[in-house]
Design a protein around this ligand. Structure first.
Ligand code: MGD
Ligand code: MGD
Ligand code: MO
Length: 775
């Protein structure tokens, strides 16, 4: 019998996309990845956004060596070789979506009450277009109304100064913010006296950062694009590259052709990149329909089974090493690592049956993986959210490092760990200061250069901020970009927490639900986008970004701003800082007048940024120093650390399934472009669940049949969504997947990993039943 008290959320399925009413369908996708379908899709988006000419012109300036702006999509490095365009279908969608001619003006807000806007989908809100003026919530009319920039800053400054403690405010960042913006924003909050700096990284690659720091004393990967080209074997884990990092296909397809690179895909789903792929920008290949088989081996573990799988691979390798001395790089292990013997003993003691059961992969496949690895001269492991958004994400990333260490695959050409970052500058945000858990070494250098004394106590991350808002401990919430209430877990809980705040401030380009679910006082502050000119007192400005592989380079807009009233993110942060810190000695206005001044301070404050202004003006920017790449490990032992996690039991109880929430092809996080997911063959629907046919048969569920999904939280509470449709798909037994942000209603606020504090968005336990009333 179900405990009714425990069912705390019960909602009906509602897609966040256009919901155009067309017939929903799903059938296997049989075409080549990134081919003409991509071109047609781009054309459709350009026409819909009304920006075909603008869009096309801008795209030719994207990711270019001689100026231009950095693609606001993913963080994959640019292959900036002059004439060759390094662009992709989805990057084009992201940048043209910012360039839309539609405008969300004060007239728009005067026509719609906030209560009405709460009934709109995410797609409808975004389609209102670019925000044009600062707006304030007027409770008497339930409308947003215009406010001057000065009054807006004063409202924030007065509120922040009235708080009993600086810890009563929290400052969220989404990963599109520039390096300079991140630096100023973090300087502002530390000067106020708090490290409450939640960011999207807390939900994304936090596990990678913590694991790599523990193993190698670096929060980042150690490889670059040349290494990707030189690797013999690339293991790709938990990533849907064809949709989310399409420019990686260039590396995968070209390398397969040029260097015979073998790619092992480890994913419960066989994603687009693991099938035939065409280089996304290679229009000649597209025209000739020339494609490459982009895969050596597809391994389909059960969701969360990666640690067991990697342990099996290591066990097989260690067994081989007993009669093949070269299976391991013993000299490397001896010279550069610590903890090998204990790791070897751990692997030997593992039981094959348990590893097979937990990974869902037969022993022979784990041995095959070990064999591919053993014969590779240089190996890279690349991974994304399929590895990190799990209870045991940190242990799993550390196991990846363990495997790399066994054959000395670090600090060599073509080898190393390569976390594939999400948002275009999420890595730079962290490097330049956004961190709720900064180290003493970081703060010391930062303080010396900035002339402040930063607080030493750690601040709230994303989940902890929401819980503090709910308790009433946080009264002010400021977001520099993003769509907080949609991207975090448990929207019901989070929306209630947000509404308890005394002031919420959203610095943003386009309208989204986070602006509509607000505190007692609320501001929407519209900013310039990355594609737009930024002219300050000293003339045109540029900002900088850091990609997934630690390359820092400029990004310069080339389009007229969407409205004359927009300010740059840097000017907005400085405006808020001046109003909140009346006695500050920081030269906020000088920083706004000339971004070179910010970079001068950053040169002294941040490790690796010496002579920032000169080096960033070099044609390809510069690469941040990476001691681990030089085999310098600032760990307690001074060596790379093997980890020794035990393989957890992750198999759900009988009758229950593991749920992963992920992106469709036509979306960028909470921004939905269309209701399609091309490479998974889905059309006109987002409220679906991919299921194994046998799991469906056991539940008497038909393909496209209606279902209800109930998640079971760690604390036993249940959240239900009704009216989804089941899709029979090639996914391991006991596993199921569907789209974020719709499925966030099933993610309990308290279900975050104790290792990383990351919400376990891909590690949920659910019960799926046939929908009774309507089917
Ligand atoms: N077009 C587009 N590009 C994007 C984004 C976007 O929304 N749209 N978002 C950006 C951001 S912020 C990020 S972080 C990245 C996200 O990039 P991805 O990590 O590719 O994002 P998801 O769509 O969540 O896909 C997760 C993948 O992990 C697999 N997976 C899930 N669970 C497991 C598991 O237990 N083990 C293994 N081995 N695999 C698993 C899923 O099958 C899926 O292929 O993309 C960035 N780029
Ligand atoms: N269930 C589930 N939830 C997830 C995930 C998952 O896999 N599953 N993934 C998580 C991950 S990896 C991430 S990174 C987060 C993403 O979380 P967020 O970064 O908070 O969300 P986005 O959807 O990327 O934010 C989009 C909004 O940013 C604003 N914006 C766009 N460009 C700019 C700009 O240039 N400047 C400013 N100031 N604002 C701008 C626009 O208003 C737009 O609506 O979601 C997380 N949530
Ligand atoms: Mo992300």
């Amino acid at each position: 019998m179900e405990d009714k008290e425990n069912l705390i959320v019960n909602v009906t399925a509602k897609g966040e996309g256009p919901n155009e009413g067309k017939e929903p369908s799903q059938a296997p996708y049989t075409h080549t990845t990134a081919s003409w379908g991509a071109t047609f899709s781009v054309a459709k988006v350009l026409i819909k956004s009304g920006a075909p000419i603008n869009g096309t012109r801008a795209i030719f300036r994207m990711n270019h060596e001689d100026g231009g702006f950095d693609c606001p999509g993913c963080a994959w490095p640019d292959d900036r070789k002059g004439l060759r365009m390094d662009i992709c279908e989805n990057g084009i969608k992201h940048s043209t979506s910012e360039m839309t001619p539609k405008r969300c003006t004060p007239e728009f807000f005067s026509k719609h009450t906030v209560t009405e806007l709460r009934t709109w989908s995410g797609y409808q809100l975004e389609q209102a277009g670019r925000l044009t003026e600062p707006m304030v919530y007027d409770p008497s009319s339930d409308h947003y109304i215009p406010i001057s920039w000065d009054d807006a800053f004063k409202m924030i400054g007065d509120k922040i100064q009235s708080l009993n403690s600086p810890h009563e405010a929290t400052y969220y960042t989404s990963g599109r913010l520039s390096n300079e913006g991140s630096f100023l924003y973090s300087l502002f909050t530390r000067e106020l006296g708090t490290n409450n700096q939640p960011d999207c990284s807390n939900m994304c690659h936090e596990a990678s950062g913590r694991a790599l720091t523990a193993s190698l004393a670096t929060g980042k990967g150690t490889v670059d694009l040349i290494d990707w080209q030189k690797a013999d074997v690339i293991f790709l884990m938990g990533i849907n590259a064809a949709s989310n990092t399409p420019r990686m296909l260039t590396a995968l397809t070209n390398d397969v052709k040029d260097h015979n690179t073998r790619v092992v895909h480890i994913n419960p789903l066989i994603e687009g990149a693991a099938r035939k792929a065409i280089t996304p920008h290679d229009f000649v290949d597209m025209a000739l329909f020339r494609s490459t088989t982009a895969s050596a081996l597809n391994v389909q573990p059960r969701i969360g089974g990666d640690l067991a799988l990697l342990r099996g691979m290591a066990k097989a390798l260690l067994e081989d090493a007993q009669h093949e001395p070269h299976a391991l790089d013993r000299q490397f292990i001896h010279n550069h690592t610590h903890g090998f013997e204990a790791y070897e003993a751990l692997c030997k003691a593992e039981n094959w049956e348990y590893l097979e059961y937990q990974s869902g992969v037969p022993e022979r496949t784990m041995r095959e993986m070990a064999s591919i690895y053993k014969h590779s001269r240089a190996t890279i492991f690349g991974w994304c959210l399929g590895v990190t958004q799990h209870e045991h994400g940190v242990d799993t990333v550390r196991e990846i490092v363990n495997i790399l260490l066994l054959r000395g695959n670090i600090g060599r050409e073509g080898a190393g760990p390569s976390p594939v970052r999400g948002h275009s500058n999420v890595q730079g945000n962290r490097t330049c200061g956004i961190n709720n858990r900064p180290t003493e070494a970081f703060l010391k250098k930062f303080d010396d250069a900035c002339g402040i004394i930063s607080p030493r106590e750690h601040g709230y991350g994303t989940v902890a901020s929401i819980q503090a808002m709910m308790r009433g401990d946080i009264k002010v919430f400021i977001a520099l970009g993003g769509n907080f209430v949609k991207s975090v877990p448990d929207p019901e809980y989070t929306e209630a927490a947000m509404q308890k705040c005394e002031l919420t401030v959203q610095i943003t380009t386009k309208l989204n639900r986070s602006h509509i679910i607000h505190g007692k006082q609320a501001l929407i502050l519209p900013c310039l986008g990355r594609t737009e000119f930024d002219i300050q007192e000293s003339g045109p400005q540029f900002v900088t970004v850091e990609d997934s592989m630690a390359m820092v380079h400029p990004s310069k807009g080339m389009k007229s701003p969407a409205s004359p009233h927009l300010l740059s993110e840097i000017a907005i942060v400085a405006g808020i800082a001046k109003a909140s810190l009346p006695h500050s000695k920081t030269p906020w206005q000088e920083y706004v007048n000339n971004y070179d001044k910010i970079r001068e301070t950053m040169s002294g404050a941040l490790d690796g940024f010496e002579e920032f202004n000169r080096r960033v003006r070099q044609p390809l920017g510069f690469r941040l120093r990476q001691p681990a790449r030089e085999l310098v490990f600032a760990t307690p032992s001074g060596k790379a650390e093997f980890s020794h996690a035990s393989v957890p039991d992750i198999v759900p109880k009988p009758g229950l399934l593991k749920l992963m929430t992920m992106r469709a092809h036509d979306q960028f996080n909470t921004t939905i472009y269309a209701d399609n997911d091309r490479y998974r063959g889905v059309k006109n629907i987002r409220t679906i669940l991919f299921m194994n046919k046998q799991d469906m048969d056991e539940r008497n569920i038909k393909h496209m049949g209606l279902i209800d999904i109930t998640s079971i939280a760690k604390d036993g509470s249940r959240r239900r969504v009704t009216g989804y449709r089941a899709v029979a798909y090639d996914i391991p037994l006991g596993c199921t997947g569907g789209y974020m942000p719709e499925l966030n209603v099933l993610c309990p606020i308290g279900d975050f990993s104790s290792q990383s504090d990351q919400p376990i968005f891909k590690d949920l336990t659910v019960e799926v039943t046939r929908h009774i009333n309507l089917d």
